[in-house]
Design a protein around this ligand. Sequence first.
Ligand code: HEC
Ligand code: HEC
Ligand code: HEC
Ligand code: HEC
Length: 454
Amino acid sequence: MMRESRTSFLKWCGVALLLPLTAVAQPETDANQVKFPKQFETWAATQTQSESEDMLAHYPASIILWAGSSFAKEYRSPRGHQFAVADVSRTLRTGTAVPAGEKGLSASCWTCKTPDAPRLMKEMGVEGFSDANFVDLGQEIKSVVYCSDCHIDGSAKLALPRPHAQDAMAKVHLPFEKQSSAMQGAQTCGQCHVTYYFQPERKNKVNIPWIFGNTADDIEKYYDTRRFYEWIHPISKTPILKARHPEFEHWSRSKHAEVNVTCVTCHMPAATDAKGNEYTDHQVGNSLQHFDTACAGCHESQAELTSTLDKHKKDIDAKARKVEDLLVKAHYEAKAAWDAGATWPMMNDAIMGIRHAQWRWDFAMASHGLYAHNPQEGHALLDKAIEQVTDARNVLKFVAGHIGASEPQYPDISTKEAAHKAIGFVESDAQKAKDAFIKQEIEKHWDPIASTGY
Ligand code: HEC
Ligand code: HEC
Ligand code: HEC
Ligand code: HEC
């Protein structure tokens, strides 16, 4: 019963019901629980949002686009905050312990899962933290997205404990202290629901690339100027850029932001307790189930809103699939050209076209809820990506003709298994190694929150 998904439960009943909670991550004597029982109870209730989808199975083409990176191994849709520590610990993306003497994955991966991250940054220094290994700090992680991630601990006052978020807002000249209270609320979410990269010259510390602004164009300019890339694509040799959940960026340019409707309005609306006192519902999750409290002030019909959202989702999804198809072809066409002896001067424009198109596709694709937050920008990003990858393919066609390249071989990517095979990744082997690590390390030595939901 406990593990029943709240969302699927809602689909059956059509009403909001809170399931009883038996296990919460914090100890029962938590001072915040005593002082703010409703906020605590609703915060803990994200544990009922246990559903998550296997995105690589839904869109196997993304395995090809992310080939050469850990994203191609496992990528799931987000679920309730209570699972954040367990999910990052157990995904194939974060792998297993690294052999002694090797560097391994940065502890920066903990940054947006737990208040222990800003605590450790204080203790170790920001770069001391990011220079540490992800697995080595596993035993230090004892709580999951918690009160102190958004509040001065023990109070209702909002706070922004993550240095990367403070730095980013300084870059756009809107420091936290100068923000309206509505913006401060959204900003607490924007610490984590924002795009970032690990800064190689600063020991992999988390950095938000907003020097020129926070649109896809601005961020691309920043990366291009710095000649930055996350990895070299093994098929096409493209220096790849990776977007990560830019929900804050997309929302900030939306019609809702213009009228001061924030993440908090929709995902944490006001609720009333048994005594009639108002409080903020801390069960961050599906917003439409709060239609009456979150949307009805401005929108008349829930049915109409739902059908508008469904339509936006369908249209954006269809366009994203089209971009993926074109990008996969482009990666293999580039490979055929390289194999036939193409040179960088011949290939430069095409490779940059692939880089820029894939960046825009990812900036749309990685933004969870884009169809609800800013569908107009979603369409604009994908339209531009289609243009860029089409241009790139035209150049590749010309190059191929010029050097007499053979026909590109497009692999079968109709399923996740087929696409994994195409990039030479054996999921069962990776899973076996991960399972052993979970048994020997996580389940023996880490806090139980690293096992929530498993
Ligand atoms: C993800 C960010 C986030 C987390 C985590 C969080 N809060 Fe909040 N909290 C907010 C926001 C945003 C508001 C609304 C502020 C506003 O709009 O005035 C709020 C409001 C409050 C208030 C003011 C009264 C009310 O209900 O509006 C209290 C008290 C509070 N939170 C306590 C807690 C406690 C206790 C926890 C941990 C169990 C917690 N919060 C976790 C973001 C968060
Ligand atoms: C400390 C980082 C952090 C903060 C702060 C944070 N989130 Fe999240 N959020 C996450 C992570 C990580 C996940 C994915 C958890 C998983 O899938 O295991 C997530 C998941 C979600 C989901 C998906 C829930 C579901 O059931 O599908 C929503 C919606 C969401 N967050 C909204 C918000 C909003 C709104 C705020 C601000 C009030 C916020 N988050 C603040 C890190 C954060
Ligand atoms: C106008 C209301 C509205 C605003 C403002 C809003 N959201 Fe959403 N959000 C939605 C809707 C609608 C969805 C689609 C799913 C649902 O019904 O919650 C969604 C989806 C999401 C998801 C994906 C959930 C999943 O499981 O796939 C995340 C994460 C999220 N929002 C975070 C945020 C953050 C962070 C902000 C602020 C920067 C924000 N939202 C602002 C309405 C809103
Ligand atoms: C304070 C007022 C306000 C609230 C509250 C509000 N919205 Fe909106 N919403 C707007 C405005 C303004 C627009 C833009 C209307 C337009 O462009 O004609 C809009 C537009 C939309 C659209 C249409 C987008 C499009 O391009 O077709 C959707 C979908 C939507 N809102 C969803 C929601 C959801 C879901 C909630 C509650 C979770 C919500 N809104 C809460 C003011 C609000």
